[in-house]
Design a protein around this ligand. Structure first.
Ligand SMILES: Nc1ncnc2c1ncn2[C@@H]1O[C@H](COP(=O)(O)OP(=O)(O)O)[C@@H](O)[C@H]1O
Ligand SMILES: [Mg+2]
Length: 581
């Protein structure tokens, strides 16, 4: 018996040759050998007795040959017996060598095991303690051997543990996992407790049960598990504090993750949602196209941590309510599996606000249009009143003054001079009244039509500003609905005013043309130009009003300007727009 095993495993085992080595002809040989061995002395005895007996009766010849026969038989039997014995010794030696090498292998395994292995006897005293056990528990083998197993178990668990091991020993079973699902606690020499996993096995040694406990220090695993759990909890916390719903589905589009915002958004508890198909959260009529979308997306290159695409889709709450959601989807390959994560934002409120905003803008535009129309009417009325009433009265006055001047007596000193001054003043006032009146709204626009009014406007601007202004049209008799002609007039007026105010131009061109159902107005100058994308100046409402007027009539405006080269305003107004004033 090797010393190592003795050291490890207490007193040596009585070694027994294996019983199964000889079979068939060998067994027969052995049997006959044993038989010969057994009967050899008896045969010698019998032959000798017969020889002596026959000798005494006077047949010495026979007795001698009998004795010789007995001797020969005995010799053969002896040789047979010796051969059998020799052979048996050889077999036994071979078996023992085999056993030794098995033992060595066991010892080797025992010693090189990564996990602690502790052997105990029926009194729960330690009889084997491998190198891993020394490392794990901190006890040298010499200190552990012969001690009670208790030394490796925290005080409070000893009683229970002992009972458990005893109970196991009584079952006569050969092996069992200890502790079931619960983690056992062991004690190091330093007093530190640590989690272990254990299984126990037993065998009988000369009728006495021997137990071997296989242990595994799972401190690292437990730590890793708890770190993993903490990470998962942190992750869950982040997911649940996200304002957006986050749903992850697997390849089969079944939910595997569902955060708190998703619970609130769709009305399903997380536990209910896990495993449901993604289609549950989409109205039936969109399901096919949505599934196709996700699948198509799956065909693209794998993505992680990147939003692939954002778009508005329709979601379905548990109560059947549909609502708009802004969705982004990303996918992640994990081994063979693909996971899709959709991040969803309920944009009902945003959409509602947007449509409210659109509505209020429309109302404001209508209000603006109405007030503009009223203003236009008012201007027109004042302009006409100024022209007709005041203008007429002033003209009459001027004629009267002229009569007085002609008929003033020579004697009335200084009256003629006064009348001269009055006449000049009246002339100026009449001109001013005309100018104010036509600035308010040229009566030509109502009386003669758009083209004469524009011609007058362009000429008037040219005279006032000194810039050379040209007007051109392809249709001198162009007539538009009142709202449109007013708009065209005001657009050209604003553009020309801007040229006069800002452009420092030498030339301006105005053209108004018919283009199918549209009317196109182009006003360009060769002035200094400006940056059209600059923010609007706080007091500047001219271009804003121009755009507003155009959008009310569902037209389009393009303002192009290059610094140092000039500005072009191009407006297209659809004329066949009967539903707007
Ligand atoms: N034809 C133009 N040439 C150069 N600058 C212009 C022209 N038209 C407009 N601008 C610039 O655009 C600004 C905004 O014009 P507008 O909205 O009509 O306001 P306002 O004329 O009251 O300043 C002007 O202040 C001017 O700087
Ligand atoms: Mg202006």
């Amino acid at each position: 018996m090797p010393r190592a095993l003795t050291k490890l495993n207490g007193p040596p085992l009585p070694s027994q040759p294996p019983r199964t080595i000889a079979r068939g002809p060998l067994a027969l040989l052995r049997f006959s050998g044993r038989l010969a061995l057994l009967f050899t002395p008896l045969l010698i005895l019998l032959a000798t007795a017969a020889g002596l007996f026959l000798l005494s009766f006077g047949y010495p010849d026979i007795s001698v040959s009998l004795v010789a026969a007995a001797e020969v038989t005995t010799g053969i039997a002896l040789v047979l017996a010796l051969a059998t014995l020799y052979w048996q010794i050889r077999v036994r030696q071979a078996a023992q060598r085999g056993l030794h090498s098995v033992e060595e292998r066991v010892v080797d395994l025992f010693e090189s095991a990564m996990d602690p292995i502790v052997g105990i006897d029926e009194a729960q005293r330690i009889v084997a303690f491998n190198a891993a056990a020394e490392r794990t528990f901190g006890w040298p083998r010499e200190a552990a051997l012969g001690q009670r197993l208790d030394m490796l178990i925290p005080e409070r668990h000893r009683e229970r543990h002992r009972a458990h091991v005893d109970a196991f020993a009584k079952t006569g079973k050969t092996s069992r996992r200890m502790g079931g699902q619960t983690v056992l606690t062991a004690l190091r020499r330093s007093g530190e407790e640590f989690p272990i996993e254990a299984s126990i096995s037993q065998y009988l040694e000369g009728g006495v049960p021997r137990l071997t406990v296989f242990l595994r220090d799972i401190t690292d695993r437990i730590r890793a598990q708890s770190q993993l759990a903490a990470t998962a909890a942190r992750m869950r916390g982040i997911l649940d504090s996200a304002m957006d719903a986050i749903i992850t589905v697997d390849d089969a589009q079944r939910v595997v993750l569902f955060n708190a915002a998703a619970e609130a958004m769709f009305g399903y508890a997380q536990e209910e949602a896990i495993g449901l198909p993604l289609a549950t959260f989409i109205p039936a009529r969109y399901r096919a196209s949505h599934a196709g979308h996700v699948k198509r997306f799956g065909g693209e290159a794998p993505l992680s941590r990147r939003m692939a695409e954002a778009r508005i889709i329709t979601g379905l709450r548990r109560n059947g309510e549909e609502f708009p959601i802004d969705a982004a989807i990303s996918h992640l390959e994990e081994g063979d599996a693909t996971y899709y994560t959709v991040i969803l934002r309920d944009v009902s409120a945003r959409e509602r606000a947007l449509s409210d905003l659109r509505e209020s803008k429309r109302e404001l535009q209508e209000l603006g249009a109405a007030s503009e129309a009223t203003r236009e009417q008012e201007k027109s009325r004042i302009a006409r009143e100024l022209h007709d009433e005041l203008g007429q009265a002033l003209t009459m006055l001027r004629m009267d003054v002229a009569w007085c001047k002609a008929n003033v007596p020579e004697a009335a000193q200084g009256v003629a001079a006064k009348l001269d001054r009055m006449e000049t003043l009246l002339k100026g006032t009449v001109a001013a009244t005309r100018r104010i009146s036509s600035d308010l709204r040229p009566l030509m626009l109502d009386d003669l039509g758009l083209v004469p009014a524009l011609e007058w406007l362009v000429q008037n601007m040219s005279q006032r500003s000194g810039i050379q202004c040209e007007f051109s049209t392809d249709d001198p008799s162009l007539t538009l609905p009142p709202a449109h002609s007013t708009a065209v007039f005001r657009i050209v007026q604003e553009a020309l005013t801007n040229i006069a105010k800002h452009a420092r131009a030498s030339r301006a061109d105005v053209s108004v043309r018919r283009d199918g159902n549209d009317v196109r107005i182009v006003v360009s100058d060769d002035g200094v130009g400006f940056a059209t994308d600059d923010p609007r100046k706080p007091e500047s409402f001219g271009l804003l009003g121009l755009r507003e007027r155009i959008s009310l009539l569902r037209g389009t405006a393009a303002i192009r300007s290059v610094r140092g080269t000039g500005t072009t305003i191009e407006v297209t107004l659809p004329v066949a727009a009967p539903d707007r004033p």
